[in-house]
Design a protein around this ligand. Structure first.
Ligand SMILES: [Zn+2]
Ligand SMILES: [Zn+2]
Length: 270
C-alpha cells in the first residue's frame, strides 16, 4: 500500500481524489494528467466512484474496471518521470457492502478511499438514495424520500458513516461531513445545533480510533467557500495529530488545484 502521508510530506502539489470519464468526471484521464503536470503536481491519484449494486449514473460499472486499470497502466508508463500516478477508487458504503468487501480488496489499487453518498429511503429501507450533489435535487428528495425530516437524514448519514468507519478496508475517509452543506442550505445553522455536534464529534472519534487519514476536500470551495470537514474542526484535527491530506475531488481538469492554497492556509493557521 502506498504511504500517502509520506508522499504528501514531499510536496504540497499532490491530489489523491479525482474523477474522470470512468464515472462522472467531465474529461478523460489523460486530460487530468496533462492539467496536473501543467499545475506542477508531483503526485496524482485517480479515484473513480466504485461499481455498486444499485443503479447510479455517477458510479462506474464492473465491466469498465479492467479498462480503467489498463488506461491507468498506459498513462503511468507514458508519463513516467513527469508525474507519479496512482490507481484508487472512491468506494461507497451501502447496506453492509463497502471497501472491505473482497470484490474491492482484490483489485490492484494503490490505496482506497471510503465514502458515503447514499442513505436508505424512509419509505422503503431497501432503497438507497444519493444525498450528495446539488441542493435543488437534495430538496426534492427531502420530500420524496425523507418526509422533509432533515434531522433524521443527518442522523442516517452519520449512522452510515459510522458503519463505513467500522467496516474498514480503506485508508482515506472522503469528505467526512459532506451532509453539512445540503443540510445547512435546508436549515441554516443546523451544524451549530448541539445534537449535530454530538454526532459529528462521535464520528471524528471513531475515525481517529481507526487511524484513518482525514481528507480535507476542496470540491465545494469555488462555489460555496466551504471545505469538508468544515474548517472549524481543523484545530481539533491538529490537536490530535490526525493525518490529513488536501484533495480537490475534481471532476474537471481545470480544477485539479482548486481551493488547495486556501485550504492549506486555513489548516496551517488553525
Ligand atoms: Zn464523494
Ligand atoms: Zn469524489
Amino acid at each position: 500500500m502506498v504511504d500517502l502521508i509520506q508522499l504528501a510530506k514531499e510536496t504540497t502539489k499532490y491530489n489523491f481524489h479525482s474523477h474522470t470519464q470512468f464515472c462522472d468526471g467531465r474529461a478523460c484521464m489523460e486530460e487530468f494528467v496533462e492539467s496536473a503536470i501543467a499545475h506542477g503536481f508531483k503526485h496524482y491519484g485517480f479515484s473513480p466512484h466504485s461499481p455498486i449494486a444499485i443503479e447510479s449514473s455517477c458510479n462506474m460499472s464492473w465491466d469498465d474496471v479492467d479498462k480503467y486499470l489498463d488506461e491507468f497502466a498506459r498513462l503511468k508508463m507514458k508519463y513516467h518521470g513527469k508525474i507519479n500516478l496512482y490507481a484508487s477508487m472512491e468506494i461507497d458504503y451501502i447496506d453492509g457492502y463497502g471497501p472491505a468487501h473482497a470484490s474491492y480488496q482484490s483489485l490492484p489499487l494503490d490505496y482506497r478511499i471510503g465514502s458515503v453518498h447514499f442513505i436508505p429511503s424512509f419509505l422503503d429501507k431497501s432503497e438507497y438514495v444519493d444525498i450528495d450533489g446539488r441542493y435543488e435535487n437534495f430538496k426534492l428528495k427531502m420530500s420524496k424520500y425523507f418526509n422533509d425530516d432533515i434531522e433524521m437524514v443527518v442522523r442516517s448519514y452519520f449512522t452510515q458513516s459510522l458503519k463505513l468507519v467500522e467496516c474498514g478496508g480503506f485508508e482515506v475517509i472522503a469528505h467526512c461531513d459532506k451532509i453539512g452543506l445540503n443540510a445547512s442550505c435546508y436549515r441554516p445553522g443546523i451544524e451549530d445545533e448541539d445534537w449535530y455536534q454530538v454526532l459529528l464529534n462521535r464520528h471524528f472519534e471513531a475515525i481517529m480510533d481507526m487511524k484513518y487519514i482525514v481528507e480535507i476536500n476542496t470540491k465545494a470551495w469555488e462555489q460555496h467557500h466551504r471545505l469538508f470537514p468544515h474548517s472549524k474542526f481543523f484545530a481539533m484535527l491538529k490537536k490530535h495529530n490526525v493525518p490529513v491530506l488536501i484533495n480537490s475531488d475534481t471532476h474537471y481538469p481545470e480544477l485539479v488545484n482548486a481551493g488547495r492554497d486556501e485550504a492549506m492556509a486555513l489548516f496551517l493557521n488553525s
